[in-house]
Design a protein around this ligand. Structure first.
Ligand code: HEM
Length: 383
C-alpha cells in the first residue's frame, strides 16, 4: 500500500491546494514579471510594485493636484530634477537643507536658491508615501517620477522611469561652479559640460527644449538687452521688436536691486505651458531669452537639430522623453551600502543620539544682484 495514496477527499484537497498555489503564482506573476522585465542602468521599471504598489500613482496624483492649482509647478519640478542629476547624480542632494559634513548645500547656490519652484510638491508626495510605506520610497525616485509627471502634465507623452535610486548624504554648493551650465555659456562650453555627464550635443539641444515651459527672471538675460557690447546696446542676434518688448518688461538692473523682486518672463510666449517644439521655432525667429538658448540656433553644429525639432513636434517630444530617461540614470546610487532612503527629504537620517555639526553659514545666504549677474552671465572664474 502506498503511504499517501490519495483518497477522494484527499485528492480534492490536494487539487484545491494546487489550485490555490497556482492562482497565487498567477496573481504574483505579472507583477514579478514587470519588476524583472525592464532594467535600465540598474534601475527597474515597476520597482515599487511589491513594496509600495501605489508609489508612482501617489506621486502622479500629488503632481497633478499641485499643477492644477499652480501651473508653474510643472516647469519647476523638471528644473529641480535636472539640477539635482547634473551635480553628483540623481541622489536628491538638491533637496538637503543641511548635511552631516556641515557643507553649505547645493540648494543655497545662486543657481538654485529662491529660483527653485516646486520643492513643496516633493514634500507632499514624500509625507504621503512615508505614511503609506515608511522608509521605502526614496526622495530621488520621487523626484524622478515627479519630473516625468510634470512633463506629462505639460503635454508630453508619458515615458517609463525606473526606480531603485537611493538618496545621497552629501550636498555641496561648491560643487556647482565650473561644473554647471549658466545662461552666458555658448555651444562649445555647454557641449563640454554635457559631455562630462555623458550627455551628447543632441541631448543638449533636446533637453534645452524644457525651456518651452516656465520662464526666466529678467536678471538672467539683462546683459542681452542693456549694454551688450561696446558697439551695440542690445544683442544684435535678437529680433529688435522682441528686444524692445523685453526692455519694457525688464528695467535695467541696479547692483543693489533685490533679485527676488525681479520679474519672471516666459521663455515661449506662444505656448508657455505646453512642452512642445514652439520653443525651437522661436529660437529660429531670434526670440530667445538666454544666450545659452540663442546659441543653439546660431552654432552650425546644433542649428540643424533645432531646425529638425522646429518642424517636427512628435520627434521632439519622443526625444525629450528619451533624454529625460538618460538624465534620470546619471550616477544613481543603487547598492544597499550606497546612500540611504531618507525619511525626510530635507535631512540625512540620523542614528539615535547622533548630532550633526552646528551649521555656521548665514541662513539663508544673501545673493545680491551683482553676485547673481556674475554667476549667471559670466559664470565663475573656472568657466
Ligand atoms: C543648457 C543649459 C541650461 C541653462 C544655462 C539653463 C538656465 C536656466 C535659467 C537661467 C533659467 C531661469 C531660472 C529663473 O530665472 O528662475 C532656467 C529655467 C528653466 N530650466 Fe534651464 N537651463 C539649462 C538647461 C536646462 C535643462 C537641460 C532643463 C531640463 C531638462 C532645464 C529646465 C528648465 C526649466 C523647466 C526652467 C523653467 C523653470 C521655472 O519657470 O520655474 N534647463 N534655466
Amino acid at each position: 500500500m502506498r503511504l499517501f495514496e490519495p483518497t477522494g477527499i484527499m485528492s480534492r484537497r490536494l487539487s484545491m491546494a494546487m489550485l490555490f498555489v497556482l492562482s497565487l503564482v498567477l496573481a504574483l506573476a505579472p507583477r514579478t514579471a514587470v519588476v524583472e522585465a525592464v532594467v535600465v542602468d540598474g534601475l527597474q521599471v515597476g520597482y515599487y510594485n511589491l513594496s509600495c504598489p501605489e508609489a508612482e500613482q501617489v506621486v502622479r496624483d500629488v503632481v497633478d493636484a499641485e499643477v492644477a492649482m499652480n501651473r508653474s509647478i510643472a516647469p519647476g519640478l523638471i528644473r529641480i530634477f535636472f539640477h539635482d542629476c547634473f551635480i553628483t547624480g540623481c541622489d536628491a542632494s538638491i533637496l538637503l537643507d543641511e548635511t552631516p559634513a556641515g557643507d553649505v548645500p547645493e540648494k543655497e547656490s545662486s543657481a538654485n536658491g529662491f529660483t527653485l519652484v516646486g520643492l513643496r510638491t516633493i514634500d507632499v508626495a514624500k509625507t504621503t508615501l512615508e505614511a503609506m510605506c515608511p522608509r521605502t520610497v526614496s526622495c530621488s525616485d520621487i523626484l524622478a517620477f515627479a519630473a516625468r509627471d510634470a512633463a506629462v502634465a505639460a503635454g508630453l507623452p508619458s515615458y517609463e522611469v525606473g526606480g531603485g535610486r537611493r538618496d545621497g548624504v552629501h550636498s555641496r554648493m561648491d560643487d556647482l561652479p565650473g561644473n554647471f551650465p549658466v545662461p552666458g555659456h555658448t555651444v562649445p562650453r555647454l557641449t563640454e559640460l554635457f559631455a562630462s555627464r555623458g550627455l551628447s550635443q543632441e541631448d543638449l539641444v533636446t533637453l534645452s527644449g524644457a525651456h518651452s515651459i516656465g520662464g526666466a527672471h529678467c536678471f538672467m538675460f539683462s546683459n542681452r538687452i542693456y549694454g551688450f557690447s561696446k558697439t551695440s546696446e542690445v544683442d544684435p542676434s535678437l529680433d529688435p521688436a522682441f528686444a524692445e518688448r523685453l526692455r519694457k518688461l525688464c528695467p535695467r538692473p541696479k547692483p543693489d536691486d533685490n533679485p527676488q523682486e525681479s520679474r519672471k518672463v516666459p521663455f515661449d510666449e506662444r505656448t508657455s505651458e505646453k512642452l512642445d517644439n514652439v520653443y525651437y521655432q522661436e529660437l529660429l525667429e531670434k526670440r530667445s531669452l538666454l544666450t545659452s538658448d540663442n546659441t543653439l540656433a546660431l552654432d552650425p553644429k546644433t542649428r540643424p537639430i533645432v531646425e529638425r525639432y522646429a518642424k517636427d513636434d512628435a520627434l521632439f517630444q519622443k526625444k525629450f522623453g528619451e533624454a529625460m530617461q538618460k538624465v534620470s540614470a546619471l550616477d544613481v546610487l543603487l547598492r544597499p551600502d550606497q546612500g540611504q532612503i531618507r525619511r525626510d527629504c530635507h535631512v540625512v537620517n540620523k542614528a539615535r543620539g547622533q548630532h550633526f555639526p552646528i551649521i555656521r553659514w548665514p541662513r539663508p545666504p544673501r545673493h545680491p544682484m551683482q553676485q547673481m549677474l556674475n554667476w549667471f552671465i559670466r559664470g565663475f572664474q573656472q568657466d
